[in-house]
Unconditional design. Structure first.
Length: 500
């Protein structure tokens, strides 16, 4: 029988669960998707039904296997990429979650983070994890579940419960509870993992009140974690990475100085810094990019909480558009000096501000304002926030980007791609394969199982579909940026930070 020539990536994101088949040329050949229900509550609460995530994962994988040549026999491995920081706590005996998943966007622990900051806890967290003390990350969410589910903390301390980010929970279910593990990229987003010593840190566990017995084993991003027997024959699960690191891999950003920006629900810009964990003085994150063969590569990361989510708000909340695809044409109808700005701080602001109390702001409206103004303002905000991140990286010592590789659903928007190039004054490159997050998980799994021999081989698989060069004049750009800074200052709470 011939060798398997396909890899399946499970891409479990904030708004959907997908399974995608990639062939030996790293091209997507089949995809199945299920929308994920969002459960919102007061105090900025956002939750997911973990059982829905599992059902949709199992269903989509079965469906793409049926569409894949050779069925399960043609599949070399499974890879997993996932929404990061989202928290699941489940019973070890039954595998049953004790609470809905608390999503990375959730802000319910903002006051707990503020208290810890006031007690001086952020310095040690920053030094060991490369992260800031913010409700975005996992640890305070874990503690909240243990404090609010009856008996959970005592059960956790007795070793009866398990914690994981979504990848870890899926791995547990796929292997029938035999494997409780995660990879270094996901572990690094919890506030509990020392990215320099590369281990769970006892001081951080005590500080954030998370029992050691809850935690998974931390492994490389590309290795065989275990096998699943759910899909017709034993299939190895051989690659795991958080979604943004997976996109970095899918964009072949393997050299120090290369960068990608993913535009989905949020926007996440990662700059490969090689074997050096650069400490940011500008409130960016230092994070593992991947660990392969025991060797770790680091990145600087800027996290924007709202990108595509603002377009979704225009569609589902304000109902001023019917589909995201309309926004390019709507934006193109207006002259550059329309004067309307949206600061999409619906759940606070991420990097480089990290202001959980900032709130969304729409300004510059007149009676002439229309759906075009709102659509353009939402798209422009993505570019302005991306510029804020790149400037912060330069202040941390990074060279100006020669090019920015972009992906995610919004990368299909031609108007946005050109506006990004104009505002960043940088060449913007869009890959031929837009499913770069899933592709990264597939590449990691294929690398571990011999489908591809090396990182160099992975680089050769990735190609560019479109390039956008800056063409806006200096005065026009300067005027737009001045307006953005005025709007941003109004959205920040009194005394809040500024990007520059």
């Amino acid at each position: 029988m011939s060798e398997p020539q396909h890899v399946i990536a499970i891409d479990q994101g904030t708004t959907s669960t997908r399974a995608i088949v990639f062939d030996a040329s790293a091209r997507a050949t089949a995809i199945e998707r299920r929308a994920l229900t969002q459960h919102y509550g007061d105090a900025g609460r956002v939750e997911h039904d973990v059982e829905q995530i599992w059902r949709d994962t199992e269903t989509t994988v079965r469906e793409v296997i049926e569409r894949s040549p050779g069925g399960a026999a043609g599949v070399a491995a499974l890879g997993i990429t996932n929404q990061r920081e989202t928290v699941v706590v489940w019973e070890r005996a039954s595998g049953t979650p004790i609470h809905r998943a608390i999503v990375w966007q959730d802000r319910r622990t903002a006051q707990a983070c503020a208290r810890l900051k006031a007690e001086g806890a952020e310095d040690v967290i920053r030094r060991k994890t490369g992260l800031l003390l913010d409700p975005y990350f996992s640890a305070t969410k874990i503690a909240w579940i243990l404090d609010h589910v009856l008996g959970a903390r005592a059960r956790a301390e007795r070793g009866q419960l398990a914690f994981g980010t979504i990848d870890s929970f899926l791995l547990w279910r796929l292997t029938g509870g035999r494997v409780h593990a995660t990879d270094v990229t996901n572990a690094s987003r919890t506030l509990l993992y020392d990215i320099h010593a590369q281990c769970w840190d006892e001081e951080l566990l005590r500080l954030l009140r998370v029992p050691r017995a809850l935690l998974p084993e931390v492994r490389d991003s590309s290795e065989v974690y275990g096998t699943t027997a759910l899909f017709g024959r034993p299939l190895p699960i051989a690659g795991i990475a958080g979604d943004q690191q997976a996109a970095l891999i899918g964009q072949a950003c393997f050299r120090a100085g290369t960068a990608k920006s993913t535009y989905g629900t949020g926007c996440f810009l990662l700059l490969n810094t090689g074997e050096v964990a650069v400490t940011s003085a500008n409130r960016l994150l230092t994070t593992p990019a991947y660990r392969i063969g025991g060797r770790i590569t680091y990145a600087l990361e800027g996290s924007i909480f709202v990108a595509g989510a603002a377009i979704k708000w225009l569609r589902d909340g304000l109902k001023v558009i019917e589909s995201a695809s309309e926004t390019a044409a709507l934006a193109a109808r207006l002259p550059y000096d329309h004067g309307v700005y949206l600061v999409p701080a619906f759940v606070g602001l991420g990097a480089p501000h990290w202001e959980p109390d900032a709130r969304g702001l729409l300004c510059g409206l007149s009676f002439e304002a229309s759906a075009s103004h709102l659509a353009r303002a939402a798209l422009e905000a993505v570019a302005y926030q991306t510029l804020d991140l790149t400037l912060a990286m330069q202040r941390d010592g990074a060279q100006p980007l020669a090019a920015l590789r972009i992906d995610g659903g919004m990368a299909a928007n031609e108007w946005l791609c050109q506006f990004l190039a104009d505002i960043l004054q940088t060449r913007v490159e869009r890959p031929a394969e837009l499913e770069t997050t899933a592709l990264g998980a597939a590449l990691l799994a294929g690398l571990a199982t011999g489908m591809w021999p090396s990182l160099d081989a992975l680089s050769s698989l990735c190609s560019t579909e479109a390039v956008y060069e800056p063409r806006m004049n200096h005065a026009q750009r300067a005027a737009l940026l001045e307006g953005w800074q005025r709007a941003l200052s109004r959205a920040l709470p009194a005394g809040g930070s500024r990007s520059r």
